[in-house]
Design a protein around this ligand. Structure first.
Ligand code: ZN
Length: 354
């Protein structure tokens, strides 16, 4: 930590690794890595199609030549795609990290361990910038090496107090023909990297932070906008009854509430009480955006009642992985406050009323 800065009081009592962190700045996060494939037309075509980028210089030599290039070029923003290590390997690396068996004690792992030990256990990516030296062309083989560029003093943010960490990735290119056959030794990869032509730099910044403790109880659940059409339904819920509107002329049931029957047009209606039994017709699990009144992940079901109408409600009493379309459910009622009670649906076989 630089002289003269005041350590935020919320970090009082937590370890301060400023001195050791400062020594990691400027160090390489690990050895260089070599891209699996050279820059090639099929990957470019897939990428521009997926991104909806119709610039012809990415797919046509003629268009690229008209724009002043020798041949078609790769989209600059595709930079990272060339050096991705693949899902299987990524999963293995993540699993090793989670199990604490990450290979080696490189500066990057050491830095993350120090930040965790400081209590800055949460992480969020904040921004990423890329700077391009020249366009990538077919036959370029990329190598990348990352460096710990900066670690800030602890700063207060809306998410919590933490340190910003900037990692710089230096990309170089060599002719694919100069790459020895796989598997390349570490020495061969290092020699290729040292011989490479710098083509791009990427800076990736994260915030490692101390999670803000919940300071206030969860705010109350927002209330619905009541209208003369829907008020009966919420009044029913307050009495722990799941009501369904019924046309008094033709008997058709309807939900959500509407002023007129969709079948015969009659404005006359009454209600029937549902048994609360039904099956899960569809559902979503909401992760984001998060409203403080709710707990996340938040499963929301579309339940087909045995009377035939469908209702949207929270799902409860089940693990997310146990949610299945078609599962039998029953309604329970939760009193959120004096004026708002709502049904939630739980597995039909689960225990008694709460
Ligand atoms: Zn009707």
């Amino acid at each position: 930590m630089s002289a003269g800065t005041v350590r935020p009081e919320e970090l009082a009592g937590l370890p301060d690794h400023s001195a050791e962190l400062a020594q990691l700045v400027g160090q390489a996060a690990g050895a260089p890595s070599l891209s699996w494939d050279a820059v090639n037309v099929p990957m470019i075509r897939h990428w521009v199609e997926a991104m909806g980028d119709e610039n012809p210089v990415y797919v046509s030599d003629e268009a690229a030549q008209a724009a002043g290039y020798d041949s078609l070029i790769a989209p600059p923003a595709m930079l990272q795609a060339w050096i991705m290590r693949g899902l299987k390997l990524s999963n293995e690396v993540e699993a090793a990290r989670a199990a604490g068996t990450s290979q080696g004690d490189g500066p990057s792992n050491r830095m993350m361990a120090l930040l965790d030990d400081e209590g800055l256990t949460s992480v969020v990516a904040t921004n990423c910038t890329q700077k391009y030296g020249r366009p990538l062309v077919v036959g370029d083989r990329l190598l990348v090496r990352s460096f710990i560029e900066s670690i800030s003093d602890p700063k207060r943010t809306a998410l919590g107090t933490g340190r910003f960490v900037t990692t710089r990735l230096d990309f170089v290119a060599v002719p694919d023909a100069s790459v020895p056959p796989a598997p390349q030794s570490d020495e061969q990869v290092q020699a290729l990297y040292d011989a490479g032509e710098p083509v791009a730099t990427m800076r990736f910044r994260i915030l490692k932070f101390l999670p803000v403790q919940r300071q206030a109880p969860r705010p109350p659940r927002p209330h619905p906008a009541l209208t003369q059409d829907n008020a009966f339904w919420f009044a029913g819920a307050q009495a722990h009854q799941l009501l369904i509107q019924r046309c008094m002329s033709c008997g058709t049931l309807r939900h959500p509430p509407l002023p007129a029957c969709g079948v015969c047009g009659s404005l006359e209606w009454d209600t029937v009480a549902s048994s609360g039994r039904g099956t899960l017709y569809s559902y979503v699990v909401v992760h984001y955006p998060q409203v403080p009144s709710f707990e996340y992940p938040l499963p929301i079901g579309l339940i087909e009642l045995e009377e035939g109408t469908r209702v949207v409600a929270n799902l409860d009493g089940m693990a997310l992985e146990d949610i299945e379309i078609g599962m039998a459910l029953r309604a329970e009622f939760v009193d959120h406050d004096d004026e708002l009670s709502l049904p939630v649906f739980v597995p039909a076989r689960s225990g008694g009323e709460r």
